[in-house]
Design a protein around this ligand. Sequence first.
Ligand code: 7RM
Length: 663
Amino acid sequence: MLDAGPHAERDRMTDQIATLLSEQRRFPPPQAFAAHAIAQPALYEEAARDRLAFWENEARALDWIRPWTTTLEWRLPHAKWFVGGQLNVAANCIDRHLAGPRRNKAAIIWEGEPGDRRVLTYWELAREVGRAANALKRLGVRRGDRVAIYLPMIPEAAIAMLACARIGAVHSVVFGGFSAESLRDRINDAQAVALITADGGYRRGQIVPLKRFADEAIAECPSIRHVMVVQRRPGGAGDESFAEMKEGRDHWWHRLLDPENPHCPAEAMDAEDLLFILYTSGTTGKPKGIVHTTGGYLTQVTSTTRYVFDLRDDDVFWCTADIGWVTGHSYVVYGPLANGATVLMYEGAPDWPERDRFWKLVARWGVTVFYTAPTAIRAFMKWGTDHPARHDLSTLRLLGSVGEPINPEAWIWYRKHIGGGRCPIVDTWWQTETGGIMITPLPGVTVTKPGSATVPFPGIGAELVDTTGKALPKGGGFLTLTEPWPGMLRTIYGDDDRYRETYWSRFPGRYFAGDGAKLDDDGYWWILGRVDDVLNVAGHRIGTMEVESALVDHPAVAEAAVVGKAHELKGQALAAFVTLKEGNAATAELKDDLKEHVAKKIGAIARPDDVLFSADLPKTRSGKIMRRLLKDIAEGRALGDTTTLADPNVVARLKEQYEGQES
Ligand code: 7RM
């Protein structure tokens, strides 16, 4: 799964390492923050002394219906945590906050893109989740059944997830930006019995007609028996053009919930029962259904939310991730709500109606902890300092970053212009597969360096290795995890062989994250990004193979190779090299048509920036497309080693052509 050209990979890493090595700035936690921080230095010592005891202690912060008997059962590569224990995730996120003063506290503060607002207290959230859970049961959804969720960022997204958790159904949330076909494939892989969607959602003033996409998808999903449709558009129920309701199969969410009892008993789930499946891109064309379970996952997200974000009762926590990504699962819904926090949820784009929308939200709701992605920070930088400067951001006390490496320049800008120079920044490295944060500063403890995710969270074991799997004390190499952690994926849904192969075969005995990294003299981690065929476009994972399959699905395309090229805002953008079938002209219209085709097949996030038509693709004598050379071309670099090519002229011609075109 590693790039066939190890030299190019190494050269690229050496360049990045050289840049990062020159970063000498240090930011110790502000004294006042450190003095009162929830996580204190002793946490590292405690976890180092007895890792399992540390996690047991974190698990004890949850409400268990029945205590566990074995903390960890590890049969590589399969882990079971808190074996024998029973709990319910929704009860932990809601019920246990109802007895005390949190009963009337805002659980979710929501703002829609058009400016509509809702605030749900924990009490109200409990009633909504109870009704939704009973409605699911009435439709015949049982413990263990899979339920697909395809919603905009509205409170019902969290309510639907929690309702599933309450009755022991397994949710599979599909990002609302994914196409009908992507939704279809995910529903079919999980054999979901029900789908929860909405008539539409708002994005940059436009309505995204989710129900129409859903209808297209489920036309080919025989497992779906029922569809619940949230009425998002004001007056949408009457508007058949956005949601054509199919008798017997489709049900308006509000009509279904209205008569239901708000009390629904919480199922006693085993710690290792499935909580959710979340699909993520891998190195093949088929997304992987990452499986997360109940007790370990909730333990890790609850613990990391509390310590990394220093979360308190009077905080307003805003994680800007969509619920369709793992960050939305762990740090919009489960982690914060398990801690009884107030979360802000926003439906739309950061530049709608103006480029100061986020700062307006921070000021209006008095956000105290803000967690976003480097791609967004780079966009804010480009838009200029006037936008944040116009708003009162003085409530902010802690900032976070996630999703991709943050360049030191963006880090410094974030600290100064959003954090007013006073807020610590936590750069958190983790993955869909890890469930929760793995490498991160503790905001009151760790001295931060711009661009470094710093050190493993207490109780997490990470090690750098070289290509042979030998551990390296410092320098450049591959990031591996040495010990099972509570929130780790348990398998790939329906494909345990792929699970072993993808994560545990490259370096035997270790979990291979797919990221290159550097470890400095202080033992700080600098994550350099993916070393496999997975791209990170604006913080979203996209497999090159997925995009290639979408392209060759087009009738005019014979062959396609997709690479990531550096992009100042998105981190990476997609460049596609395409050879056409005989009789097709390489026109500008076809180029647009291909971009559109990919967007339709996968979703707008996968639309290539560049499409280049070519008579041939550079291949080795064994017929393997050499993507690293295409990447050199797309990034305008001198070509790397071409000696293994079957025909070196192909790539020289391509380079000339690429440089001569406007794409
Ligand atoms: C949470 C999430 C995972 C991939 C991962 C990395 C990259 C994430 C950071 C980061 C550098 C970070 N899950 N990544 N966080 N790289 N610094 N703080 O993003 O499954 O969608 O992506 O994202 O390459 O492997 S994810």
